[in-house]
Design a protein around this ligand. Structure first.
Ligand SMILES: O=C([O-])CC(=O)C(=O)O
Ligand SMILES: [Mg+2]
Length: 545
């Protein structure tokens, strides 16, 4: 217990127990008279809170309620989440958190985390030193420019680091006192926000790229000086900034980009489970990706690395990868490709025999390539047509089809359609939530490839193993461990990824795999599996008084 007493103790969210303070604690800490007579248990408090959640009029109100509970009593907040993860997750995280970001300034109640604004760029170290608590294991930082699928939210983007860190704690077991959400406020190009009288951010257009990268550099330098061992997670940065930032810092500090690497690891994890069920290892699959943005390339690059891990040469692996953008197949004779796209471009000679005029399109690729895996990160709604899906299903026994684009309305196909067109043979996972499939009178949930399956476990792993880098192999280890946890391996009617209710247990297995890989890669001190298991258990914080 702390040296705080009376109202100070009651209003410290990390230390208060509210009505659960016992008689003797009330006497000892000057709380007598400050609370009603009854002493309640944590369990009773949790049930009371769920009653209050039920009484709210809609999910945004439930989000607001939970956020204010978090600011009032963190132990109780996390006990409430643990009581019903499946119900709580969509309220504190995707999709409701999107509304929380959109209405951030109107809904403002209390500060949390750090707001580092461009006009204060000369005081970055001072601001970091003002952090509420000194010892930090995980920072999640955003600049609010590409929030989920809802674009530039300026300072409202802070909802995302807050939400992600709630999951670092509830799923990954990171002590909430050792987490720090950060918002880099470099302006906003969202006209509605610039006009909003309540807008709480720096009311200014986003700064130039030169100023921006210099600011990010100064921020990283300040973090390295103040918190040299912290895990720094980049979240919801716009595509032109996300990959360059990751490349610039990944070899210099303990860092990763959740949208690029986390999402790719989850897609690869689902692919792992699916390949096992299909009975064809990834290295024997032809993999087609529709979408050549940083997310699509990120997933394909992880697939390529995995094929190499499975024994292929780099060239053999690339020969199994087919990426298409709006213009069709990426080929080396195109002059509109970025460097990371060019690395996957096919030699026109590979497709000459198809006799296609112009760039081959998706229908041509599935016609001429025995594609076992079709992935979509294109936001091209309906791109996986009935004809394309049926062609695939005519060539392989168990086609693996993942329409991963967000939000739901942008998906390349609806799981129910893919299921019907393939007579239930397709192995399906999506990016956004979809209703369950109905098969033989049974409801089968559709696996949703959200990075929440991986980032909390990565945080737990690097904290427990004291890793100093996040390597690509660690992210692939996370994917494999997630794939091994696929419920569909044991039950053909089960989804490809674990249920939300089981995601906390899965995180322990993923964390062990990631920690082991960190040791193998020489980025964490040597430790046996038993030692790593003990460290993971010891790192886990659980909500209890
Ligand atoms: O937050 C989520 O649900 C997934 C994610 O990172 C994003 O869409 O940017
Ligand atoms: Mg994100």
């Amino acid at each position: 217990m702390s040296d705080l007493t009376g109202c100070g103790l009651l209003s410290d969210p990390l230390r208060t127990k509210g009505t659960a303070f016992t008689e003797s604690e009330r006497a000892e800490h000057g709380l007598r008279g400050l609370l009603p007579y009854a002493v309640t248990s944590l369990d009773e408090q949790v049930r009371r809170c769920w009653g209050q959640i039920d009484r709210q009029s809609d999910d945004l109100q439930r989000y607001v309620y939970l956020r204010s509970l978090q600011d009032r009593n963190e132990t109780l907040f996390y006990a409430v989440l643990a009581h019903d993860v499946a119900r709580a997750l969509p309220l504190v995280y995707t999709p409701t958190v999107a509304e929380g970001c959109r209405h951030f300034s109107e809904l403002w109640q209390r500060p949390r985390g750090l707001y580092l604004s461009w006009p204060h760029r000369d005081q970055l170290v001072e601001m970091l030193r003002n952090r509420p608590r000194k010892e930090i294991d995980v920072i999640v930082v955003t600049d609010g420019q590409r929030i989920l699928g809802i674009g530039d939210q300026g300072v409202g983007g802070m909802g995302i680091p807050v939400g992600k860190l709630s999951l670092y704690t509830s799923i990954g077991g990171i002590d909430p006192a050792r987490t720090l959400p950060i918002l880099l406020d470099v302006g906003t190009d969202n006209a509605d926000l610039l006009d909003d009288p309540f807008y709480l951010g720096w009311r200014h257009h986003r700064i130039s790229d030169d100023d921006y990268f210099a600011f990010v550099d100064a921020f990283v330098e300040a973090v390295q000086a103040e918190l040299p061992e912290v895990l720094l997670q980049w979240e919801d940065f716009a595509t032109p900034h996300a990959a360059p930032i990751l490349e610039r810092y990944r070899d210099r500090l303990l860092t990763f980009n959740d949208d690029i690497q986390g999402t790719a690891a989850v897609a690869l994890g689902a692919l792992h489970g699916a390949s096992k069920i299909a009975g064809t290892p990834l290295k024997e699959q032809q993999v087609v990706m529709v979408g050549a943005g940083s997310a699509g390339i990120g997933v394909m690059d992880m697939v390529r690395q995995e094929m190499v891990d499975e024994g292929l040469s780099d060239a053999q692996a690339r020969a199994r990868c087919w990426i298409l953008d709006v213009h069709g197949l990426l080929t080396t004779d195109r002059d509109d490709l970025a460097e990371d796209q060019r690395a996957f471009a096919r030699d026109p000679a590979d497709v000459e025999s198809w006799g296609v005029q112009g760039n081959p399109q998706l229908a041509d690729v599935v016609e001429h390539v025995r594609a076992g895996v079709l992935l979509g990160l294109s936001t091209a709604k309906g791109a996986f047509t009935e004809e394309i899906v049926r062609t695939m299903a005519s060539k392989v026994e168990r086609p693996i089809i993942f329409p991963l684009s967000n939000p739901t309305a942008n998906a390349e196909a609806r799981p129910a359609d893919v299921d019907a067109w393939t007579e239930g043979k397709a192995l399906v996972a999506t990016g956004s939530p979809f209703p369950p499939l109905h098969r033989d009178g049974v409801d089968i949930p559709v696996a949703q490839c959200n990075n929440v399956y991986v980032f909390p476990a990565v945080g737990l792993a690097v904290t427990a193993a004291r890793a100093n880098r996040v390597t690509n192999a660690m992210m692939r280890a996370a994917a494999r461990a997630l794939g091994d946890a696929s419920p569909a391996l044991a039950d053909a009617k089960a989804p490809l990824l674990p249920a939300w209710a089981d995601v906390r247990d899965t995180a322990d297995d993923i964390a062990l795999a990631v920690a082991r890989q960190a040791v193998t890669d020489g980025v964490a001190p040597d430790a046996s599996d038993d030692e790593l298991r003990t460290a993971i258990r010891g790192t886990r914080w659980t909500p209890d008084y």
